[in-house]
Design a protein around this ligand. Structure first.
Ligand SMILES: N[C@@H](CCC(=O)N[C@@H](CS)C(=O)NCC(=O)O)C(=O)O
Length: 342
């Protein structure tokens, strides 16, 4: 009766890629399940639940929807940031998972920095939200998840969709309805750049880290650094990716940059350079970090413990490195340099 998987909005991030032969899900010490191609490349699963708010089935309403997130996850982090920037904290509730994912998947345990289930559904694991939505759900249970409290099911599990919806669907109740991170005139350019950044940077770090052949690793890591080099140049001439104004493209890049030196450089072997070695990117990262409310969304403890303790196949000892010594709150000088009011 309902079109449950209507795909609207921008192109999906999670296109199935590879082509060299899907080898089925692999288990990482029982704690991580991804997909590998025959040539040792990591291929991210396509998100399956792609309903859109504003449809008769899922009308936007305050208090009706809830986010299940991990503070560690870069895809969930996008949604957390847009919720903060738009001032939707009282409109959409949020539950924070245990950052360490074991064989049972994302858990809604009340460990430090996590909340347990605040949705009222009484869930112990995010997997239960998927099961309630599609009994027998067999694909990977991922965060973020946008949950419909009233209907007791997931609306959407693709962060690229969720951030567009948070940007526009709740303006009637948002503290900052005037903030438009996805302006109509810039959408084609944002989509084009975001697709390139998704492929080569956001997902590129994972494809470097999870590669199981030298060739697959180098196929991911070289374009990753080529793209960071390009972005470094772009940010020489303008404060943000689209110019003077922050957009979704910036926040999509931010969540990878902020994890880079602490996690991707070592754990995922993305070690040609660090972000601190890029003068513009590092200042840009700090500029975004200094945006009102954003620093509070960055939890380095959850981030580091998630990666180093969850992916035991690439870090069998489970040792969490103590570094890097980095002050993201240090002055960045970008507003002054580009003479733009914040
Ligand atoms: N395309 C999804 C990807 C989300 C995703 O892969 N999340 C990771 C955490 S960073 C996850 O939940 N992984 C669970 C697993 O691999 O089993 C999105 O952007 O929302």
């Amino acid at each position: 009766m309902h079109a449950r998987r209507t795909l609207r909005g921008p192109a999906a991030d999670s296109r199935a890629r590879g082509g060299s032969g899907y080898a089925g899900p692999v288990s990482d010490a029982g704690s991580w399940t991804g997909e590998m191609s025959g040539s040792g490349s990591f291929v991210r699963q396509r998100s399956g639940l792609r309903n859109w708010l504003g449809s008769p089935e899922f009308p936007a309403a305050p208090g009706r929807y809830h986010l299940f997130v991990s503070l560690a996850c870069p895809w969930a982090h996008r949604a957390i940031i847009v919720r903060h920037l738009k001032g939707l904290q009282r409109v959409i509730g949020m539950s924070i998972t245990d950052p360490v994912r074991d064989g049972q998947g994302w858990a809604l345990r009340k460990v430090p920095g996590a909340t347990g289930d605040l949705s009222g559904a009484g869930l112990s694991f995010v997997a239960e939200a998927y099961e309630a939505t599609e009994p027998g759900y067999e694909a990977r249970v991922t965060v973020p998840v946008l949950w419909d409290i009233e209907a007791g099911r997931i609306v959407n599990n693709e962060s690229a969709d969720i951030i567009v919806m948070l940007n526009e669907a709740f303006d009637e109740w948002a503290e900052h309805p005037e903030l438009d991170l996805y302006p109509a005139a810039l959408r084609p350019e944002i989509d084009e750049l975001a697709a390139r950044i998704y492929e080569r940077v956001n997902d590129g770090v994972y494809r470097s880290g999870f590669a199981t052949s030298q060739a697959a690793y180098e196929e991911a890591v070289r374009p990753l650094f080529d793209t960071l080099d390009e972005l470094e140049e772009r940010l020489e001439a303008q404060r943000f990716l689209m110019g003077a104004q922050q957009t979704l493209a910036d926040w999509r890049l931010f969540t990878t940059l902020v994890r880079f030196d602490a996690v991707y450089h070592g754990h995922f072997k993305c070690n040609l350079r660090r972000i601190v070695d890029y003068p513009n990117l590092y200042r840009y990262l700090r500029d975004l970090y200094a945006t009102d409310g954003v620093a509070a969304t960055v939890d380095m403890d959850h981030i580091k413990r998630h990666y180093y303790l969850t992916h035991r196949s690439i870090n069998p000892s489970g040792i969490v490195p103590v570094g890097p010594a980095q002050d993201l709150a240090a002055p960045n000088g970008r507003a002054e340099r580009f003479d733009v009011a914040v």
